[in-house]
Design a protein around this ligand. Structure first.
Ligand code: COA
Length: 158
């Protein structure tokens, strides 16, 4: 089976992430959306279970996508899931350096697993979860960037 992992923090999921998931679901037999439990660099608004549940609630149209929480090296999660492909979205040039470092480190850790980059639709290349949360918290309209359910969850949480 042709499987891939799309990992991230998804705090919360946006249409930009869903765009990548949509593209991957047409290429791979199975896509695992990997939700990182904790991060050294980020304080999450939603815990890992809330982030997973929110992703699942906006994924109903995809039959071949599963959401899993992981709390380890990404490469170890890939081995555990028997997956050889990691998909990362590349939005702008500014993403490149970080993604390049991560892909090469992951390759050094396990050369059997490759990272593939995919560009989301251009209407989503300027957004991020933090930006969405900031605009919502200040009363702005982000309905073009995230599903209504996600926007409401952010509003309630804030
Ligand atoms: N559309 C909209 N926004 C997008 C996007 C897209 N297609 N792709 C990425 N983003 C945004 C995210 O919303 C996120 O925004 P935020 O910083 O405001 O929250 C930002 O870009 C970063 O994206 P994300 O994909 O969540 O990456 P991350 O850096 O938070 O997490 C992991 C990356 C989880 C894959 C990485 O930390 C990891 O592998 N951790 C496991 C430990 C490990 O193996 N470490 C060694 C790695 S070499």
């Amino acid at each position: 089976m042709n499987k891939a992992i799309y990992p991230g923090s998804f705090d919360p999921i946006t249409y930009g992430h869903l765009d990548i998931i949509d593209r991957c679901s047409k290429i791979y037999d199975k896509l695992i959306v990997g939700v990182i439990k904790d991060s050294n660099n980020k304080k999450f608004l939603f815990d890992e279970f809330e982030r997973k549940e929110m992703i699942e609630s906006v994924l109903n149209k995809f039959q071949n996508v599963e959401v899993k929480i992981f709390d380890s090296l990404l490469i170890d999660f890939a081995v555990q899931e028997n997956v050889k492909i990691i998909v990362r979205g590349l939005r702008a040039l500014s993403d490149f350096e970080y993604e390049f470092q991560m892909a090469l480190m992951n390759r050094k850790l396990n050369d059997e697993i490759s990272t593939i980059f995919m560009m989301p639709h251009e209407k989503y290349i300027h957004i991020s979860s933090s930006l969405i949360k900031e605009v919502i918290s200040l009363g702005g309209n982000v309905k073009d960037y995230a599903p209504e359910l996600i926007i409401n969850n952010v509003k309630n949480k804030i």
